[in-house]
Design a protein around this ligand. Structure first.
Ligand code: ATP
Ligand code: MG
Length: 419
């Protein structure tokens, strides 16, 4: 992508009413556009980051047998009444509307009810189970507060997976697989060493639900962390009884501020009974299907990555989610040889399938560097009269600023090598 063609522009200042660091930097870098409090558009650069996160999550969900779908945002009132979750007293984030033809509809803030109802069409016998489905879907929630940028949207992208199993044992086995898959996702996006499996409340037939909490100063949660065991306890379940049960001592727990990036829990047979999702076992006996629900906040994760890794110059994307693999910057000072050489390297990268953002704009070097710092692509290649005379390019890592001269013939190798 030639930067001169990108329709977005960087800006020096974020909107005055935007208080969250993640949104300030993402708006300034041209990743998102703010529609209103808690509502943001994803622009080309932001889309690319979100897609990279989704790709990683998709790979891990497919690896454990997930089948991808997309469910509708409009939902039937009747279904949620059956489970007693239509009432605003029970669920306080509903957006609702009315059909012109009559009747109320809800905007999906979650999908357990519609998907469980849908599965009735496809589940008859034990032979039809287990089934695992997931989606990347835009959730709508009428959140009271929205001061955390894309970490708390009123419209946001979530990956939600649902599992349908024949019994508690089969359910538990899959639940453990999802736990491992989630930890892999957080590892791959660069948050492995600061994301912890956290015991929280919720879930039917299980004492706990499990959250994935990432250490983040601007997170909205307080959790109690045991670093050695790599587990944490949410405030709401921190009791002497639970501590004993988990073989933890209060003194070994550190109070930390974190952001909930994922939450998985078991619904047992509760929802299946409410919504009438049964199967026939080997003996023809009717049994309720066991349901698990697994959420992961795609756009929240993107916000957390900005919060955690940004420095005073701008965003610092981890390699796996960086919007482009490299930021190619030509500092020509009017020298057409430099331009020709940069064009040549841009072509070379494309030929090797390396996606680059190419800053071919006719602007000062200082502006190019400041923008590159703000946008935060993990690797930068700089070409100038100086590098031309040395027969190579300058490779700079955004993370730590380390710099190396790379001869032109070695560029591809250097960019594709594993660190
Ligand atoms: P929170 O406690 O932060 O309000 P929640 O427990 O209501 O979140 P879940 O229903 O568990 O959220 O949703 C699954 C995941 O979706 C969360 O772990 C989080 O990563 C993400 N998420 C939830 N609400 C939002 C939001 N308003 N904006 C962005 N991401 C969200
Ligand atoms: Mg939650």
């Amino acid at each position: 992508m030639r930067q001169s063609q990108l329709f977005t522009k960087t800006r020096k200042l974020a909107p005055k009413d935007e208080v969250a660091k993640n949104a300030q930097l993402l708006i300034r870098g041209g990743f998102i556009h703010k529609e209103m409090a808690g509502v943001y558009d994803l622009l080309p650069l932001g889309m690319r980051v979100a897609e990279n996160i989704k790709r990683i999550v998709r790979e891990e969900m497919n690896a454990i047998g997930g089948q991808e779908i997309i469910m509708s945002s409009l939902q039937r009132k009747e279904l949620w009444e059956k489970t007693d979750r239509w009432d605003d007293e029970k669920v306080d984030v509903w957006f609702k509307s009315e059909l012109k033809s009559g009747g109320e509809v809800g905007f999906g803030w979650s999908h357990e009810e519609p998907i469980t109802d849908m599965m009735k069409n496809y589940v008859d016998s034990y032979r039809d189970l287990p089934k695992y489905t997931y989606q990347f879907q835009t959730k709508l929630r009428n959140e009271l507060r929205s001061k955390s940028g894309i970490m708390r949207g009123r419209e946001f992208v979530m990956k939600d997976m649902y599992s349908y199993s024949i019994d508690e044992k089969a359910h538990k086995e899959f639940y453990d697989k999802v736990t491992a898959a989630y930890l892999k996702v957080f590892e791959r996006v660069g948050l492995g060493d600061r994301t912890f499996l956290t015991f929280a409340s919720g879930g039917a037939f299980t004492q706990f639900s499990h959250e994935f909490q990432t250490l983040c100063e601007t997170g909205e949660d307080t959790v109690y962390l045991n670093r050695d065991k790599k587990i944490a306890i949410n405030k709401e379940v921190l009791t002497d009884e639970v501590l004993t049960q988990l073989k933890l001592k209060r003194d070994d727990l550190e109070e930390v501020t974190a952001a909930e990036v994922g939450n998985i829990f078991s619904f047992g047979d509760v929802k299946s009974k409410e919504l009438d999702l049964y199967y026939k076992d080997e003996k023809g006996k009717k049994k309720p299907v066991i349901l698990g629900s697994y959420g992961l906040g795609i756009t929240r994760l993107m916000g957390v990555l900005v919060e955690v890794f940004a420095d005073d110059k701008g965003i610092v994307w981890p390699e796996e989610v960086s919007p482009y693999k490299v930021h190619l910057i030509s500092i020509s000072g009017g020298n057409s040889d430099v331009v020709a050489e940069a064009d040549h390297v841009y072509k070379l990268l494309a030929e090797h399938g390396i996606e680059a953002l190419y800053d071919d704009r006719d602007v000062r070097a200082g502006e190019k560097f400041a923008d590159a710092d703000l946008i935060g692509i993990s690797k930068r290649l700089v070409m100038s009269e100086k590098t031309l005379s040395e027969g190579g390019v300058e490779l700079i890592h955004r993370k730590d600023g380390t710099t190396a001269m790379v001869p032109e013939i070695a560029i591809i190798e250097r960019l594709t090598e594993k660190k």
